[in-house]
Design a protein around this ligand. Structure first.
Ligand code: GLC
Length: 427
């Protein structure tokens, strides 16, 4: 490594630590009757604790302030319900009027709760794995692992209705990629603008809340208004089971470790059997009760390559035909959230999101998966570009053409660049 790289990376780590500490919110919550402490995603834009943001915060923090990483996960898990469920936003210390903005995202009968009734991508087990590896703290692991396992068991029980390994989402917001064009048709939209998307999602939230019996998946399937098998969600879910398997194994819980590994294999096989499209070398979304293929080419369509058990030959084909193809995903600053070849590709879009710009949390997951399959050179290129983008500023998104930062400022999950192996060499 050159001295300049070393200096750049040290500076990145310093800035990341400084920013995460500046983003901390802490206090006492009267409803839950306890203290909380978490980093908000972006000051002024996103105040609350978002589920997958927090998981990425913990991963980044495991490199720069491991005690803060532990607090982030502890706080995240406080609102977990007895059945294992954990909603996607927690409104710490927030009174009722402000929460009304998210009214439809809660279960009506639970309006007093400060946690929503929808979910976000399950990257919690990966976060626990990172924090445990960095801290080596087995008692922290023993305390949190049963909770993280309960969350995965909930997903398997409630969101895998056919018990075939594939979990479904009932709102684009649940996929974490809120305005992804893969959901346009399901929302009944064609080339939508910001208002159209907001309105349709708002209607859907209320539908799921009231007619959908409080965001109940089986009810959503029965009504068939919007149900999607999203390859990104399922890839992260399978990867999460693998992380759980490793953690259970470490604690000597061999039965739990092997059931987690079987769950991962089930999802992997279902993705390959039901979503794989041989001619284009990618995984398709499946829409509705009938599981109708949805062909919009977004980053979700290549995500199952991250799963450890995925056949390397298949991953290699996805790289050749998709990820490393300059017409699709290998832009000057990869990886765009929507393929450059898609008519909806909007590289610098800021009012509607997830329609082209790069997001560093996804690059982290992809690079890590690529390394797992031995594609270290591709992972290294992706990490170097990611570090270059984060070194300019920590932003919610970046332009895949120029690397320029977009939308949210001082963005928490962009600090994940400190956990790219290029950086950890100097850790
Ligand atoms: C946006 C993103 C979502 C994220 C949230 C907070 O809604 O689409 O994925 O969790 O902001 O950063």
């Amino acid at each position: 490594m050159h001295a300049t790289d070393h200096t750049t990376l040290e500076a990145l780590r310093r800035r990341a630590r400084h920013q995460m500490r500046a983003n901390v919110r802490h206090g006492y919550d009267r409803f839950y009757g306890c203290d909380y402490s978490y980093a908000l995603p972006s000051r002024g834009r996103y105040q609350w604790q978002w589920f997958w943001d927090s998981c990425f915060h913990a991963i980044a923090l495991s490199r720069i302030d491991v005690e803060m990483a532990k607090r982030e996960l502890h706080t995240l898990l406080i609102p977990q319900r007895a059945d294992g469920f954990l909603g996607h936003i927690t409104f710490w210390g927030c009174g009722f009027p402000l929460r009304r903005m998210f009214g439809g995202q809660q279960r009506l009968r639970e309006w007093r709760l400060r946690n929503t009734g929808m979910l976000q991508p399950p990257v919690l087990a990966q976060a626990l794995l990172s924090v445990w590896r960095a801290s080596g703290d087995d008692s922290f692991l023993a305390e949190l692992l049963p909770k993280v396992r309960a969350w995965h068991d909930w997903l398997a029980r409630e969101r895998d209705a056919l018990n075939d390994g594939l979990i479904g989402v009932i709102s684009p917001y649940e996929s974490g990629m809120d305005n992804s064009p893969a959901y346009d048709a399901a929302l009944g939209l064609h080339r939508p603008g910001r208002r159209g998307l907001l309105f349709k999602n708002w209607l859907l939230d209320w539908h799921n809340s009231i007619r959908g019996r409080g965001h109940d998946y089986r009810e959503a399937l029965r009504r068939d208004r919007l149900v999607m098998i999203d390859p990104f969600m399922n890839a992260v879910y399978a990867d999460g089971w693998d992380a759980l398997s490793e953690l259970h194994d470490h604690l000597g819980e061999s039965e739990l470790a092997s059931s987690a590994a079987s769950r991962s294999a089930l999802t992997l096989n279902a993705l390959n059997d039901q979503c794989w499209d041989e001619s284009s070398a990618r995984w398709l979304f499946l829409r509705g009760h009938e599981r109708i293929p949805e062909r919009t080419l977004t980053v979700a369509s290549i995500f199952p390559l991250i799963i450890g058990g995925m056949d390397r030959e298949r991953v290699s084909r996805v790289l050749e035909k998709q990820l490393l193809h300059p017409d699709h995903f290998w832009t000057t600053y990869p990886v765009p959230s929507v393929a450059a070849s898609e008519p909806t590709f909007d590289p610098d879009g800021e009012s509607t999101i997830w329609r082209g710009p790069v997001c560093l949390n996804l690059n982290w997951l992809l690079a890590r998966g690529l390394r797992g399959h031995g594609f270290d050179d591709v992972a290294h290129k992706l990490e170097s570009k990611s570090v270059a983008m984060a070194s300019r500023e920590f932003r919610e998104f970046y332009s895949p053409l120029s690397g320029k930062g977009l939308r949210g400022l001082n963005f928490g999950w962009a600090t994940i660049a400190v956990d790219m192996p290029t950086v950890s060499i100097i850790a």
